[in-house]
Ligand binder design. Structure first.
Ligand SMILES: [Fe+2]
Ligand SMILES: [Fe+2]
Length: 169
């Protein structure tokens, strides 16, 4: 089985490749094909982190640092969700659409760096391999149970309420 941090990095790489693929996509059909798959993957990934990774971090060590990292992550996920929603309202390939897609891209790049340089290193320092593999199994089960996001709703979350709810469990 896989370590959850490796699975998260796989997704992050897929996001980088997806945005790069958009640079090469031509015409509405190609842009839609690349963007729809990428946007859905971004949504499912954020939801998986909010159900598996961040609740674990808050439960394991409800320190100020963890709360700050979680607050940042939820805010970033919200910004990415908002940009995806804005792209959904615009005509594919229009200036408005590119503006929204670019907001998703830049917010995502910034967010991946924070997770990869702060959240995941901190997690690896405290989690043994068995825990990482247990959480990896939960991650894969979550993806398996929600093929193409089936059964999930992608909504912005209030960071403070989220932190409160998951710190007291
Ligand atoms: Fe992530
Ligand atoms: Fe994230």
């Amino acid at each position: 089985m896989d370590d959850i941090t490796a699975l998260i990095l796989d997704d992050h790489d897929a996001f980088r490749r997806g945005f790069a693929r958009l640079d090469d996509a031509r015409g509405e059909e190609q842009l839609t094909a690349v963007w729809d798959a990428l946007a859905l993957h971004l949504e499912i990934h954020a939801e998986a982190e909010e159900r598996i990774l961040y609740p674990h971090l808050l439960k394991r060590s409800p320190s100020e640092e963890t709360k700050e990292e979680t607050d940042d992550a939820i805010r970033d996920h919200n910004k990415i969700r908002d940009a995806i929603e804005a792209a959904g309202r615009a005509k594919v390939g229009s200036d408005e659409w590119w503006k929204a897609v670019w907001a998703a891209r830049t917010e995502n790049s910034e967010h991946l760096a924070e997770e990869e340089d702060e959240v995941l290193p901190d997690f690896r320092r405290h989690a043994d391999m068995r825990l990482r593999i247990d959480l990896g199994a939960q991650w894969l089960t979550f993806y398996g149970e929600h093929p193409s996001g089936k059964g999930l709703t992608f909504r912005d979350k209030d960071p403070q309420r989220y932190i409160q709810e998951h710190s007291k469990e």
